[in-house]
Unconditional design. Structure first.
Length: 195
């Protein structure tokens, strides 16, 4: 399972013991110290077979992306020093993946690294028929899917996708009157407020 992946000034090294390191070759320093990905291959609930590594990617900002056979895509989040799920077959049931009459809220509506990863995950996934969901579920699922896309866009350093999903998320918060979430979003965007 050892692999090397390079992008711009960064080199990702995955060793047989499921450790990932990212090296900034220009500076000659480690940008991400050895971190394990072994837990990303644990069997899914109800399954006994371990997952496998499908693909490894590296973004120009040095962020490594791991895609497993689940299919799930993970990106390393240096802020929390851990792996964050950025795309999953589970999101295939999200209302954001339905065609909307009011605008372009589906994942294929915007081009960028996150959209490409989501398309790869969707192509490797088998569609699930979950039946009709109540309206509150659709609203909640949409909100957390937008939040996930915002976090993923930030990790992937995809400014255009971040702006796009921020605009769409803001519209949803306004339409659904999610005042508390809107206040949290504004607070996150403004950063700490000093007196």
């Amino acid at each position: 399972m050892s692999q090397l992946v390079a992008c711009k000034d960064f080199l990702a090294v995955i060793t047989v013991d499921c450790m990932v390191r990212v090296i900034d070759t220009r500076r000659g320093k480690t940008s991400i110290s050895a971190t394990s990905i072994a837990h990303l291959f644990n069997p899914l609930p109800g399954s006994s077979s371990k997952l496998t590594l499908t693909e490894v990617m590296l973004r120009p900002n040095g962020c490594p992306i791991i895609i497993t056979s689940a299919p799930v895509a993970w990106a390393y989040d240096a802020d929390v020093e851990g792996w964050t799920q950025i795309a999953s077959s589970w999101w295939g049931n999200s209302p954001l993946n339905e065609v909307r009459t009011r605008g372009s809220r589906n994942s294929s509506s915007h081009i960028g690294p996150l959209a490409e990863i989501e398309q790869r995950i969707a192509a490797a996934s088998e569609p699930e028929n979950t039946g009709e969901r109540p309206q509150w579920w659709k609203e909640y699922m949409s909100a957390i899917h937008y939040e996930s896309r915002l976090r993923a866009s930030r990790l992937l350093d995809s400014k255009d996708e971040y702006k796009h999903w921020l605009r769409e998320y803001s519209k949803l918060l306004g339409e659904e009157n999610f005042r508390e979430r809107a206040e949290d979003l504004i607070s996150d965007l403004m950063g700490p407020v000093y007196s």
